[in-house]
Design a protein around this ligand. Structure first.
Ligand code: NOJ
Length: 557
């Protein structure tokens, strides 16, 4: 397998709005991030994925961009950005920008022009359609509730928005749109940034004729999944690769909702004609996904193993994957798969970080930050959660209390509460009033106390990152073959990684009960080394052995 830096790296995702506020306005900012680079260097990551920092009216916290070449006022200035980039580079940390080009804000100059008249030269930058029988042109729903179409009074037509009505979809079939996007990307590359994370890039090519889609039970509209992996998506990405990406030594990761393994092999093909890696969601959909998002099903461990194993095996040698459980759209894994305890945080991290793919750590994950007890819907800020609550309760499809308990479990806001830096007021995030509530557990869970405790989740993550990036086992961890053991076991995730005659054994008990397992004899011999474990007494390898609740260990065997 070809060796490259982005396979050997660990990414840290920053959601700037909630990371660190340097000027007391209650909103995180770029100077706040620059001030924490030493902390990130200490953790050992070498790439930052910066969620959007561009000018935006913030209907979707920056995923609605009004100007791709300006910084959001609340976050600072372009000088602040340049300083962040320089300071990060000085510490050996690269910066990957969020590229949101499936849609813009309705306040972007292109859309302002586009909507001004039917014959404006930017009209075709977006997807406009006549009404059909006095209604929307098709039955697609927006990912944020309601129809995916908005009626525009001025020109008496509908425009398509797969997300909020302030996020009109760009028309990628128009070559002038592609020219403009590629020009803008080139501008950022010339500035010296180190890559792009591409927002819902699998949705840029809409199906021919925009046909109606199937409406799932309990839903009001067709799922916009119908727009994933459209007819020209690979053609457009190959064009992007030819015209921009191939000219720079950068990392590219496609957020590829609705991607299958077969599609992923194209997006992230090893020949490098499209993107470096996919970021896909099958495993985080196992407790309810898609139209079923507001469900609270327990994740079945055998199903999780089968799913992650499928991706490990199928992409090996031919494509590259991201490894994650947390990001700004997902609830906290320690509350979802774990039981909020530091042991469960460490165990889950081990299960992920020993796999093949590029790992992503989401801010706060490295100190075991948990879901937040928001309480009433008024305490939420996320457009997706708020709209879903309104739509589903008003339509009588869900009972308010029951739905609220699912939102409490699944809402994206769980990931967006302020980073917990210390035990002072507002967790040291701001001296002002935070834009979203702080998780009340900040007095126990915060960076300051994590740094003072050598057994903390933070130091455990640091060790995992070191093992991957700079240890005698790095090559095996990054490039080794993956093989699952004990596929049927209800609690234990066990697998091996092998390369050139060396072999690692990973054992993770993903339950709070102690369990017995039966290992194959060749895995149970006296280990050559213990790489990492999360409890004082490491489990003793044997054909028949016991693991305590949330216990994990990695051996060289
Ligand atoms: C995916 C992003 O991760 C999410 O936060 C955003 O709301 C949508 N794309 C729309 O840009």
């Amino acid at each position: 397998m070809k060796k490259v830096w982005w396979k050997e790296s660990v990414v840290y995702q920053i959601y700037p709005r909630s990371f660190c506020d340097s000027n007391g306005d209650g909103i995180g900012d770029l100077k706040g991030i620059t001030g924490k680079l030493d902390y990130l260097q200490k953790l050992g990551i070498n790439i930052i994925w910066l969620s959007p920092v561009y000018k935006s009216p913030n209907d979707d916290n920056g995923y609605d961009i009004a100007d791709y070449q300006e910084i959001m006022e609340e976050f600072g200035t372009m000088e602040d950005f340049d300083e962040l980039l320089t300071e990060a580079h000085q510490r050996g940390i690269r910066i990957v920008m969020d590229l949101v080009v499936n849609h813009t804000s309705d306040e972007h100059a292109w859309f302002v022009e586009s909507r001004s008249s039917r014959d404006n030269d930017k009209r075709d930058f977006y997807i406009w359609r006549e009404a059909k029988d006095g209604k929307e042109p098709n039955n697609w729903g927006s990912c944020f509730s309601g129809p995916a179409w908005q009626w525009d009074e001025t020109t008496q037509m509908y425009y398509l928005h797969c997300f909020s009505k302030k996020q009109p979809d760009l028309n990628w079939d128009n070559p002038a749109v592609r020219d403009k996007v590629f020009e803008m990307m080139t501008w950022w590359c010339e500035k010296g940034i180190d890559g792009f994370r591409m927002d819902v890039i699998s949705m840029i090519s809409k199906p021919e004729g925009l046909p109606d889609g199937p409406v799932a039970e309990g839903a009001l509209y067709a799922d916009s999944g119908i727009t994933c992996n459209g007819p020209h998506v690979h053609e457009y990405l190959r064009e992007m690769n030819r015209r921009v990406l191939s000219k720079y030594d950068i990392m590219t990761v496609g957020e590829t909702a609705g991607v299958t393994v077969e599609e992923a092999k194209k997006y992230a093909n090893a020949e490098g004609t499209e993107l470096n890696m996919v970021f896909q969601f099958e495993h985080v959909g196992l407790d309810g996904g898609g139209a079923d998002k507001w469900a609270k099903n327990k994740i079945s461990i055998p199903a999780l193993k089968a799913n992650l194993t499928k991706w490990q095996k199928e992409l090996a040698q031919v494509a590259w994957n991201s490894i994650f459980f947390c990001n700004h759209d997902q609830p906290r894994v320690v509350s979802r798969l774990g039981d909020d305890s530091p042991e469960s945080a460490k165990c889950i991290a081990t299960m992920l970080h020993m796999m093949q793919g590029t790992p992503y750590v989401y801010q706060g994950e490295e100190i075991g930050m948990t879901n937040c007890p928001f309480g009433p819907i008024e305490n939420y800020r996320d457009i997706e959660s708020i709209n879903a609550y309104r739509e589903l309760t008003e339509a009588g499809l869900r009972e308010p209390e029951e739905l609220l308990s699912c939102i409490a479990y699944k809402s994206r806001d769980n990931a967006r509460t302020p980073m917990q830096w210390d035990d002072s007021e507002n967790a040291g995030f701001t001296t002002g009033t935070p834009w979203i509530m702080v998780n009340p557990n900040y007095r126990q869970i915060n960076v300051k106390s994590a740094l003072a405790d050598e057994d903390s989740v933070f130091y455990y993550y640091r060790k995992l990152i070191r093992l991957r990036r700079s240890s005698e086992w790095s090559e095996v961890i990054v490039y080794g073959d993956y093989d699952l053991l004990l596929p049927e076991d209800e609690a234990v995730f066990a697998y091996t990684r092998s390369l050139n005659g060396r072999r690692l054994l990973v054992l993770c008990n993903l339950s709070s009960d102690s369990v017995k397992i039966a290992l194959p004899a060749e895995a149970a011999a006296e280990p050559k080394a213990l790489l990492i474990t999360n409890m004082p007494d490491p489990p003793k390898l044997a054909v028949s052995m016991k693991l305590s609740g949330w216990q994990c260990a990695v051996y060289e065997i």
